[in-house]
Design a protein around this ligand. Structure first.
Ligand SMILES: Nc1ncnc2c1ncn2[C@@H]1O[C@H](COP(=O)(O)OP(=O)(O)OP(=O)(O)O)[C@@H](O)[C@H]1O
Ligand SMILES: CC(=O)N[C@H]1[C@@H]2OC[C@@H](O2)[C@@H](O)[C@@H]1O[C@H](C)C(=O)O
Length: 369
């Protein structure tokens, strides 16, 4: 099937988009990738949605700030797909399905609550294409963490690249997560701790910049070891798998008294140290770790990780993968798996009691089954 995947991640930097031709198993042909950046007004709407979402007790409820954000998010995704099809001269009728993650505004799996805004029915109608959305809901309803979802795609990437196993994929987005791919058996995965979100928030607050480009601020600062030790005392790191995180699970209050450079250096070291700590929960030391997500572009982060990890490290780009598009590709892949009733999550990835499929299918009126 030809599938388009759409991801709006916790960094809230924009929408990633990718085309795949896949059976949802080991056959994958990679198509073009792209994306659109959110502007400051979009981000303001999203931040208001995150704040409003903290009061939610019901995943379907849409107070005003969330309803407004959901409409905006959906329409921007539709615009992104239209532009993508136009730029790459892709015939809309050749697309079988669109995998639509939406924007996570709240993630509290311990309360069986995970909320992604994005209206699958509206997107299907605007695009005139079948849409698979709400891919986390079934897992959480069955008692899983609802995240991470990408591990099954990480496994397919590792198989396609014939990497020696066990291999580790590290994704440094707003939040960081890992997938451990053993030589046999299901992937093992979890969210590890912060990714770029704390650093992004720091940069915005201190100097009005949306991220620490190439890790320049962190590279010019000094890690405050005492603060790092305190940050690493958070109980999340020793908690057993499965586990996943809300974007705002960690606070940067401990770096408030530091200079911008030292605070950036310390938060960057915090992300690297918490990723390295997560390896304690794995059965073996991986032979190779591959880093993807925007954090792979942060040189200070890559340096801190190379020091902290007990195995060799490569950026995903070095394998010919497209680090910024992997999550979008994953949601294309997951949409095809959803249509085929294949499992998206496993006891070893989200703690769901048995391998489970998921996703809701929305078909436009003129493509109704
Ligand atoms: N050149 C760069 N230098 C430093 N950091 C960068 C660079 N490019 C991107 N980033 C970081 O990567 C972030 C975006 O990463 P990515 O797109 O992987 O996150 P996401 O998909 O939103 O998150 P998640 O994986 O949590 O869903 C930016 O917010 C920024 O912090
Ligand atoms: C609830 C939610 O949206 N979680 C995101 C977030 O961003 C990274 C990490 O935390 C991961 O668990 C997940 O995203 C990826 C796409 C995943 O589910 O694999």
């Amino acid at each position: 099937m030809k599938a388009i995947g759409l991801m709006s991640g916790t960094s809230m930097d924009g929408i990633d988009i990718a085309l795949l031709d896949t059976d949802g198993e080991d056959r994958i042909t990679f198509g073009p990738t792209g994306g659109i950046a959110y502007d400051e007004s979009d981000r303001t709407i999203l931040r208001a949605a995150l704040t409003a979402a903290t009061a939610l007790t019901d995943r379907a409820s849409r107070p005003r700030a969330l309803a407004d954000a959901e409409r905006r998010v959906t329409d921007l995704h539709a615009d992104a797909v239209d532009a993508f099809l136009r730029v790459h001269e892709i015939d809309r009728r050749s697309i079988d399905v669109v995998g639509f993650h939406g924007q996570t505004v709240l993630h509290r799996p311990e309360r069986q609550l995970t909320v992604q805004i994005g209206d699958g029915a509206r997107l299907a109608e605007i695009l005139g294409l079948p849409v698979v959305a709400d891919l986390r809901a079934a897992d959480v309803a069955a008692g899983g963490q609802g995240a991470p979802l990408v591990p099954v795609f990480h496994r397919a990437l590792v198989h396609a690249a014939a990497l020696s196993m066990p291999a580790l994929i590290i994704n440094i987005g707003g939040v960081s997560n890992i997938t451990f791919i053993p030589a046999t058996g299901e992937p093992i995965a979890c969210d590890t701790g912060p990714g770029n979100a704390l650093i992004d928030d720091l940069m915005l607050e201190r100097i009005g910049q949306s991220f620490d480009r190439d890790g320049a601020a962190a590279g010019s600062g000094t890690v405050d070891r005492d603060v790092l030790t305190q940050l690493m005392r958070h109980p999340y790191f020793d908690a057993p798998l499965p586990k996943s995180l809300d974007r705002n699970a960690f606070s940067r209050s401990l770096v408030e008294s530091l200079s911008t450079a030292d605070a950036a250096a310390t938060l960057t070291a915090f992300t690297a140290a918490s990723i390295a700590r997560s390896l304690r929960h794995l059965p073996e030391v991986p032979r190779l770790a591959v880093v993807c997500g925007g954090g792979a572009r942060n040189l200070a982060m890559m340096q801190a990780l190379a020091t902290a990890l007990p195995c060799p490290l490569q950026p995903a780009e070095a394998l010919g993968w497209q680090p910024d598009a992997i999550e979008a590709q994953a949601f294309a892949y997951l949409a095809v798996r959803s249509l085929r009733g294949l499992p998206l999550t496993f006891p070893t990835t989200t703690g769901v009691p048995r391998p489970l499929s998921g996703g809701l299918v929305f078909r436009p009126a003129d493509r109704a089954a």
